[in-house]
Design a protein. Structure first.
Length: 286
């Protein structure tokens, strides 16, 4: 995050916003800047990619599903916009620790003992580490001690849209993002790679709520996509993973998506249309 902070200082904050005598490295200034940058960045990622996904990927036929709530899209957005500033508070504390040099983030490829191969391997390990962490945190949030207070608001959206992706209780949202922020304090990671992965995980979170269940056939039971996560919203205690199905299979919580078996939300809508059609009524379609 220090790369973003340095760019903001150089091009905007130092020449146009802060008093001349307020040093760029002063902690209070860094905290204030990080809070503003984090919130603006999260808002931009959420609204930009959420809007693109909603209008170009999300199947609006799903809004006819009986479990799609009245005014759901506006409610999802409103909930997310209320939560994001609160989620950012502990997030900024971790970004501040990164900026002050407490993480294992590095600037140059030469600083990695394994060069470019180390960068590539760190990307893979980031995905597998965060997938494992999110699985157990997410599963823990379904425990009766935490579910009603923290995670239930996200499960209001049975047939989610991309805008449900960030519509979490603040505690829930931060806890499920924690593995992303913990990783660079435990393992070396290139700073630009970290920024790219941070954008990727936000886009991925949107994508698993987009209602597009298509996955290459060979990867259907490997990648945790929108079909898997839709069943999580519908059936509650299955498919807790983020990117992969590995930990769900290890933990006994894997469920083959109903949409792959002709029993998903789109299939339900199709049967409703057939039932309501004159042909369906005359043939006694159930």
């Amino acid at each position: 995050m220090d790369l973003v902070l340095e760019a903001a200082d150089r091009h905007l904050l130092t020449p146009y916003v802060y008093p001349v005598g307020w040093p760029e490295g002063e902690p209070c200034r860094q905290l204030l800047s990080l809070f503003v940058i984090t919130n603006l960045g999260a808002l931009a990622l959420y609204l930009l990619f959420g809007t693109l996904s909603y209008y170009f990927i999300f199947d609006h036929e799903l809004k006819k599903h009986p479990q799609f709530l009245e005014n759901q899209v506006s409610r999802e957005i409103a909930y997310a916009l209320r939560s994001l500033p609160w989620i950012s508070v502990p997030t900024v504390a971790l970004f501040f620790a990164e900026v002050r040099g407490y993480s294992k983030l590095y600037d140059n490829i030469e600083d990695s003992p394994y060069g470019w191969s180390g960068v590539f391997l760190s990307m893979l390990s980031f995905l597998f580490f965060t997938d494992m962490g999110i699985y157990w945190i997410h599963r823990g949030l379904h425990h009766k001690w935490f579910y009603k207070r923290f995670h239930k608001p996200h499960h209001l959206w049975k047939i989610a849209t991309p805008f449900a992706s960030h519509a979490f209780h603040p505690v829930d949202g931060f806890m499920q993002s924690l593995p992303y922020h913990v990783y660079p304090f435990l393992f070396p990671l290139h700073k630009v790679t970290y920024l790219g992965l941070y954008i990727f995980v936000n886009v991925w979170t949107i994508s698993i709520h987009d209602g597009d269940y298509r996955v290459p056939r060979l990867l259907r039971h490997v990648i945790n996509g929108s079909a898997h996560h839709t069943d999580h919203h519908l059936y509650f205690d299955y498919n807790y993973g983020q990117y992969f199905t590995l930990w769900d299979k290890i933990g006994g919580s894997y469920k083959s998506p109903t949409s792959f078996e002709g029993k998903g939300p789109h299939d339900y809508l199709r049967k409703l249309r057939e039932k309501d059609s004159p042909e369906g009524a005359s043939n006694g379609v159930a």
